[in-house]
Design a binder for this molecule. Structure first.
Ligand SMILES: *Cc1c(COP(=O)(O)O)cnc(C)c1O
Length: 545
């Protein structure tokens, strides 16, 4: 009782207690608690995550949301620092998701090397703002250096090109962004502004807006073309850039989930002949689609763009780092034709959330999005905020630059190769099991499959359309249920999506999706996951009326 009174008294928002917590732990108890958990996080990350994070499925989302309905901020501190930290670790972390588990293979968010947390901590501690030189200094030049390093693995220009541009304050090889969505938006913003560049009597699309741009260029519509597997961030860009997201035109893929070049060419011709005068702002090739991991024929798309003077953007948010593997970089053949490239840092560069990047072949291309404000960045300075969608932004380049030093391109290559090769073995395993069907084989490290019990497989062959639809309906139900039950039981996680694959299934079917990027995920774990799915299926199949 007495102790409680003492700590209650300490929970007052006055200057003295504020300063006590602003500068250092408020007392030895707080210090000991911080040290205890930070030691676990910084030096035993993977054990820490296994012990503390996502270990319980006891509480449903509904129950959890009941706990978080307090909308009042208390004027005085509610708790001592040590108690807040303890709550974070003991009460909150268990209900987060252990994305680092090698059994968590459903999404593009996975384990990161432990030292990333150290690097992130240093970035937070320095708290630099790369919007301008005055708040970042060396971090601005480090960003330019690491951008040049990655630009180099994409475009492989000569030494003198990089010598000229690595620290050139007039030119930009790219930009860090918060994620792939903003990288895609930046690329398409540049493409739109270049397409509707200033000319006699017109001051450019950014200044005058899209209506004036169409008038100046004598058109009524502009479009961006991408395969039907394009990421939904492209649609957002269509909305934001004012061209309308229904003008992000999807092209049907072929049987291998790559954009069908014949369809693409037909669409270009059709748009050209359209009575509504239309301009194509950009064609997007995907290097690793989000759902199937497949890579569009980049060289062919690039050549079509060159021929027609269209901006070629490659969305390599997922697949970009494959360029670090000598063994597999050929899968992205043609990426050097891209006018712009998106790569996510928080995906296969294994950086912590959240980090993306966009690259431009032409170091002057970003001039079409120059903005400056006198109080923050002056024209002609190195301030990175001049050519960036974001304003204030953390110095994530430090993390990538350090990680490249710590692991080397060879280390990254091993991570990439492990993913691709494990996905291949997994595909073989799926093919060898009679109750499964591989739907999209892995080109990179993503594959989709479904549970398709042997008796239903037999029924499918030789069924007519109506019968096939009915069987697929049933299979969809089975896969939805198994995926849910497996997730709820809390050991493994694969995701699910709906695909139209043109294979044996012209209609959309529900598939299970596996993304293999955790170096600790091996074929034994993947077999366990299939075993568990078989078990779940047979247990509820038995109970069917
Ligand atoms: C993940 C992804 C994006 C979007 O990236 P975010 O970082 O989630 O904003 C864009 N395109 C592709 C192909 C992706 O896989």
């Amino acid at each position: 009782m007495k102790d409680q009174n003492i700590s209650r008294k300490a929970l007052v928002a006055n200057r003295q207690s504020l300063m006590r917590t602003f500068i250092r732990p408020e007392n030895t108890a707080a210090r000991d608690t911080l040290v205890k958990y930070m030691e676990q996080i910084l030096f035993g990350l993977h054990d820490f995550l296994n012990t503390h994070v996502g270990i319980t499925e006891e509480l449903s989302l509904k129950e959890l949301s009941e706990r978080y309905k307090n909308t009042l901020i208390s004027e005085n501190p509610e708790k001592m620092l040590a108690d807040v930290i303890t709550d974070l670790i003991e009460e909150i972390a268990p209900h987060a998701v252990n994305v680092a588990s090698p059994f968590f293979v459903g999404h593009m968010t996975s384990a990161i090397p432990f030292f990333m947390v150290h690097l992130k901590t240093i970035v937070a501690a320095l708290n630099q703002n790369v919007v301008k030189l005055e708040t970042s200094k060396v971090l601005s030049v480090i960003e330019k250096q690491v951008l040049a390093k990655i630009h180099r693995i994409i475009y492989r220009k000569e030494d003198n090109f990089y010598n000229e541009h690595v620290q050139n304050i007039q030119t930009s090889l790219g930009c860090f962004t918060e994620n792939g969505t903003l990288a895609n938006l930046t690329a398409l913003w540049v493409a739109r502004n270049s397409r509707f560049a200033p000319k006699e009597g017109f001051e450019g699309a950014d200044k005058e807006g899209i209506y004036a741009a169409y008038k100046a260029y004598g058109i009524e519509r502009s479009v961006i073309i991408v395969s039907q597997l394009g990421h939904f961030s492209l649609k957002k860009a269509g909305g934001i850039l004012g061209i309308g997201n229904r003008n992000i035109i999807p092209i049907e893929t072929d049987r291998t989930c790559r954009i069908d070049i014949k369809n693409l060419k037909e669409k270009i011709n059709e748009l050209r002949k359209s009575p509504v005068r239309t301009k194509i702002i950009a064609i997007v090739g995907i290097a690793g689609t989000t759902e199937t991991g497949t890579v569009d024929p980049l060289r062919q798309i690039g050549e079509i763009c060159v021929e027609n003077g269209i901006h070629f953007h490659v969305d390599a948010a997922w697949g970009g780092p494959v360029l670090l593997s000598d063994k597999y970089r050929h899968l992205l053949d043609g990426i050097d034709l891209a006018d712009s490239v998106t790569i996510d840092g928080h995906k296969q560069f294994y950086m912590p959330m959240s980090s993306g990047m966009v690259y431009f072949k032409d170091p002057c291309k970003m001039d079409s999005i120059i903005y400056h404000a006198n109080y923050v960045n002056r024209l002609g300075s190195v301030d990175l905020g001049i050519k960036s969608l974001s304003g204030s932004r953390e110095a994530n380049s430090l993390i990538l630059d350090s990680a490249l030093k710590i692991m080397g391109s060879g280390g990254y290559a091993l991570l990439i190769e492990h993913g691709i090769e494990t996905a291949k073995s997994f595909a073989e395993e799926i093919n060898s099991r009679p109750d499964f069907e591989l739907i999209t084989p892995p080109e990179l490290n993503i594959l989709t499959y479904r549970i398709c019990p042997i008796e239903l497989k037999r029924e499918l062959t030789g069924s007519n359309d109506t019968q096939r639809n009915a069987i697929n309906e049933r299979l969809n139900e089975i896969n939805i249920t198994v995926q849910r039950l497996q997730r709820e039981s809390g050991k493994s996680f694969v995701s699910r999506t709906t695909l139209k694959t043109y294979k044996e299934h012209p209609e959309s079917i529900v598939v299970l999706r596996c993304v293999i990027m955790n170096p600790l995920t091996d074929i034994h774990i993947l077999r366990d996951i299939l075993d568990e799915q078989e078990e779940i299926y047979s247990s509820f199949e038995v109970r069917r009326p």
